[in-house]
Design a protein around this ligand. Structure first.
Ligand code: 3NM
Length: 216
């Protein structure tokens, strides 16, 4: 699977996001529903630490491996290497993409969060395999989220020369808004709460997949 295809329905989550089921069951259900990529993002005041975090990471990694879903680790390069992850995702404040690339080598994917056209172009220059663009809409999930940029930023980035580069929208994406993100030209949507907080993560994932952009 190439990066653009993998971005189609990108579930991002850690234990603090799982309100209905435990993380293993949440991920298993979401995989059944059809997610195409998973990011382990263990953040927040109640986030698991050290061995507990690693243990959960191992379980989620195994689930992904069994189901052939690429597995990405947020921020923690050491953990990504230890879990033989398929990639690492870094934010603007998490680390230097250039150094990250040196650490992970050429065979792992590197995703970078971006919130402006300048950050998007810098990430591409620094060797990102894909960029996340957000927040698309208001979100309560990330406490230090940037100002909403909206799907329009994806359109602007596309027009600025990155017409084929793998882009995923993130932030506040719900079933009734996903279409706007696809229409803006994203390869996919990245979601936390709309799947990991759903009564049925399986059904939520399946519904996201059934949404077709009417205009790209
Ligand atoms: N990054 P939800 S917004 C992890 O804008 C993350 O870069 C963002 O959670 C960014 O789908 C966000 O519940 C939170 O809104 C996404």
């Amino acid at each position: 699977m190439n990066v653009s295809e993998a971005l189609k329905l990108y579930l991002v989550m850690g234990s603090t996001n799982c309100r209905v089921f435990d993380p293993e069951k949440t991920l298993a259900e979401a995989i059944e529903g059809g997610i195409t990529l998973f990011q382990f993002r263990e953040k927040g005041n109640e986030a698991l630490k050290e061995n507990d975090c690693l243990y959960l990471g191992q379980n989620l990694r195994q689930l992904c491996k069994k189901n052939k879903i690429p597995f990405i680790v947020n921020d923690d390069i050491e953990m990504a290497l230890e879990l033989h992850a398929d990639g690492v995702h870094i934010g603007q404040d998490d680390g230097d993409p250039y150094r990250t690339r040196k650490q992970i080598g050429e065979n792992m994917w590197m995703g970078v969060s971006t919130h402006s056209i300048t950050e998007a172009h810098k990430a591409v220059k620094d060797g990102a395999d894909y960029i996340g663009v957000g927040p698309m809409f208001p979100t309560k999930t990330k406490e230090d989220a940037h100002q909403v940029v909206g799907p329009d930023l994806i359109k602007t980035i596309r027009r600025s020369g990155l017409d084929q580069f793998p882009i995923v929208g993130i932030g506040g994406i719900t079933l009734d808004r996903a279409n706007l993100v696809y229409e803006a030209g994203a390869n996919g949507v990245a979601v936390i709460s709309a799947i990991s907080g759903a009564e049925s993560p399986k059904q939520a994932a399946a519904e996201f997949l059934s949404i077709k952009a009417t205009k790209i």
